[in-house]
Design a protein around this ligand. Structure first.
Ligand code: TMP
Ligand code: ASP
Length: 254
């Protein structure tokens, strides 16, 4: 069997050459990192969960006409994606105050924001992904003004879609990060949602209890990360509730 060509290895995923032109295979690892990889662990099953969850979100986005790089899931840990030219930015959308926004502006965690707030961060681990303004993005040619307008429109559509999907299963989408790539079609370029959408890159709180169901569980040692991600997958119907556990027999339901 021929060895696949490795294209890129990141902290949580590996990209291999795809089977057709302009495709890649995205492999989800079990590795978890936080705080610029100062904190590291292997969380058994995380890659499988994120592969399934990212498939679920990206398929839903494709179905409502929000373009993504996702083509199809191949197996438990791998999906086929379109090769894109990545824009070197993280696009963060916030609905409630949390994380670095609280630190920066002294807001109370959980405070509802007056409107969704979009921020851009320059992807550079050595610089700790600094927040940048549109001025920097245009001056350093990371993206054009038209790209920025398109990225904002894309991010807001993703926010509306994901917020609704999560609220339907009792989860508040506090904030999230997406990455965006370019696809060239003749003389035209199109921006598409790329990378992954998973509890690694969102803040997800239970609506009733505010229990955290995202990577903050790992960042701040709040319990079992795989249990939290499994809860998200089960509520979304991506996984059966009793997967891997002994059956408990029939239960009366009201
Ligand atoms: P922040 O509050 O730490 O700036 O994070 C905002 C959102 O972006 C949160 O949902 C977590 C996500 N995020 C990533 O996906 N990767 C990162 O490297 C960081 C810092 C945040
Ligand atoms: N993903 C980043 C890291 O691995 C930071 C984070 O998500 O907290 O270091």
């Amino acid at each position: 069997m021929a060895r696949r060509r490795l294209i890129y290895e990141g902290k949580a995923k590996i990209l291999y050459e795809g089977p057709e032109p302009d495709t890649l295979i995205q492999y989800f690892k079990d590795d978890a990192t936080a705080f610029d990889a100062q904190k590291k662990a292997v969380i058994e099953g995380k890659g499988v969960l994120n592969n399934r969850l990212s498939e679920h979100f990206m398929t839903g986005l494709n179905n409502i006409g929000v373009p993504t790089h996702f083509i199809r899931r191949i197996n438990m840990r791998e999906q086929l994606i379109r090769m894109v030219e990545m824009i070197p930015l993280e696009v963060v959308v916030r609905n409630y105050a949390a994380g670095s926004l609280c630190k920066r502006l002294g807001l109370t965690e959980g405070q509802q924001l007056p409107r969704p707030i979009i921020e851009f961060y320059y992807k550079d681990d050595a610089l700790h992904d600094p927040m940048v303004a549109e001025e920097h993005i245009i001056a350093f040619n990371w993206a054009s003004q038209q790209d920025i307008d398109d990225m904002i429109a894309l991010a807001l559509r993703v926010n509306d879609f994901l917020s609704g999907m999560f609220l339907g299963v009792g989860i508040r989408l506090v904030d999230f990060k997406i990455e965006i790539g370019r696809i060239f079609e003749g003389d035209f370029q199109r921006l598409v949602v790329a990378d992954e959408i998973s509890p690694d890159s969102c803040r997800l709180w239970d609506v009733e209890t505010n229990r955290k169901l995202d990577k903050d569980v790992f960042r701040h040692d709040l319990g079992s990360l795989s249990e939290a991600y499994t809860e998200v997958a089960v509520r979304l119907g991506v996984m059966p509730r009793n997967n891997g556990k002994a059956a408990t027999g029939p239960k009366l339901v009201n």
